[in-house]
Design a protein around this ligand. Structure first.
Ligand SMILES: Cc1cc2nc3c(=O)[nH]c(=O)nc-3n(C[C@H](O)[C@H](O)[C@H](O)COP(=O)(O)OP(=O)(O)OC[C@H]3O[C@@H](n4cnc5c(N)ncnc54)[C@H](O)[C@@H]3O)c2cc1C
Length: 350
């Protein structure tokens, strides 16, 4: 059954989300007296580690206080969904959604889900209430979260995915890559755009070689780049690489490499293209178009273009999401994708 239906040209709606949420609750309801993660009440976790990724983002590793294992709903979510948890800012009593990163990719154990720790890639937004609060917390602090909240479920017959990710939108892309890695013969293209190279140090696109050597780990061009980027910025990048990578690659880039390696066993292909604003490299409609028309087009199955937030990114590519009757809905297909011949590809805004 497809979870996306076009009820008239350009208008897309999602089926299944609320049904899945209901199902998630049934699986996830905590046994009475036991504090288990669930979508309705906040469960305390300990901030076990905060690993800087760039000057504005870090991976937060959250550990359940009582060492509880993941409920069925979380295990299910890893297999077929894009999902998030809500994290609470206790003083203001507000919460924001964050997307758990997949457990470390294990090439030898595709089916095993060991996701007891919750890992979140969180960017500190300037003056952002919750992200700033979280970034200021010391290790071992208590962080309360609830979930899982399933945003969408991948169709069973999924064949191919194009994922347009901006910044922390790489987290849901990694969830999908991980889920497709469990199924055979699937193809996924991640097009990941960042403002700064520091977010994806050492990331080399599968399709073409980089032209800016210092940003990709070579010594050539050091002087040119020293003038262009400044000593402080280069020093900061070098520190991030030294701290978090043994191969001159950032942590997320290493994880994407591992997902690619892991997907070789089951998925026909996972490829990643990196785009960096400060290097004047941007995702173009042509980058999407050429992936719509690959040889695999004759094969049966669903083909999806997934576009996660922030809002401006979604609007640019696929038009605005809307609020109707207190619920966020997909809205008309707009933006760049509306101008393209998408053939049988469906678009879903995350
Ligand atoms: C489904 C989903 C998944 C998500 N996953 C992730 C994830 O994995 N990682 C991640 O980092 N983020 C993720 N987000 C975004 C996250 O939920 C928060 O929106 C983000 O962290 C900012 O929240 P905040 O409370 O820090 O900022 P807010 O306080 O909400 O502020 C957001 C921005 O608006 C500005 N602002 C606030 N009020 C005003 C005003 N009155 N006038 C002008 N500007 C203003 C702030 O300066 C800030 O830059 C996700 C969002 C959704 C919906």
């Amino acid at each position: 059954m497809s979870w996306l239906v076009r009820i008239r040209p350009g208008l897309i709606i999602a089926f299944g989300t609320s049904a899945v949420r209901g199902a998630a609750y049934r699986h996830f309801k905590p046994p009475s007296g036991e504090e288990s993660p669930n979508p309705h009440t906040f469960t305390p976790y300990t901030l076990a580690e905060k690993q800087p990724i760039s000057s504005t983002s870090a991976i937060f590793t959250l550990r359940h206080r009582d060492g509880a294992t993941d409920p069925e709903a979380v295990k299910e979510a890893w297999i077929r969904s894009v999902w998030n948890v809500q994290v609470k800012q206790p003083q203001l009593q507000i919460a924001r959604a964050y997307t758990p990163l997949p457990p470390k990719a294990d090439v030898n154990n595709v089916d095993e889900v060991k996701a007891e720790d919750v890992m979140l890639l969180i960017r500190e937004e300037e003056s952002g209430e919750v992200s700033t609060y979280l970034h200021r917390l010391p290790e071992n602090a208590t962080i309360k979260l609830r979930g899982p909240n399933v945003e969408c479920e991948l169709p069973h017959d999924i064949k191919e995915v194009i994922f347009l990710a901006g910044g922390t939108g790489i987290a849901p892309a990694m969830q999908v890559a991980q889920a497709l890695g469990r199924r055979t013969g699937r193809m996924m293209h991640i097009l990941w755009a960042n403002r700064r190279r520091e977010e994806c140090i050492g990331g080399i696109s599968d399709e073409h070689q980089p032209t800016n050597p210092i940003l990709h780990g070579s010594n050539a061009g050091w002087l040119t780049n020293l003038f262009r980027f400044g000593r402080a910025q280069l020093a900061a990048q070098a520190t991030l690489v030294d701290n978090h990578s043994s191969q001159g690659k950032g942590v997320i880039v290493q994880e994407l490499d591992a997902l690619k390696e892991r997907s070789k066993a089951a998925t026909r292909e996972l490829n990643v293209q990196y785009y960096v604003d400060e290097e004047k490299s941007f995702i173009q409609s042509g980058d999407v178009a050429k992936r719509l028309h690959l040889d695999s087009q004759d094969e049966k199955g669903s083909r999806l273009i997934l576009v996660p937030g922030p809002d401006g990114f979604i609007e640019h590519w696929a038009g605005k999401k809307l609020w109707v009757g207190g619920r966020e809905v997909q809205g008309e297909l707009g933006g760049v994708l509306e101008q393209m011949d998408l053939k049988d590809w469906k678009v879903f805004k995350l």
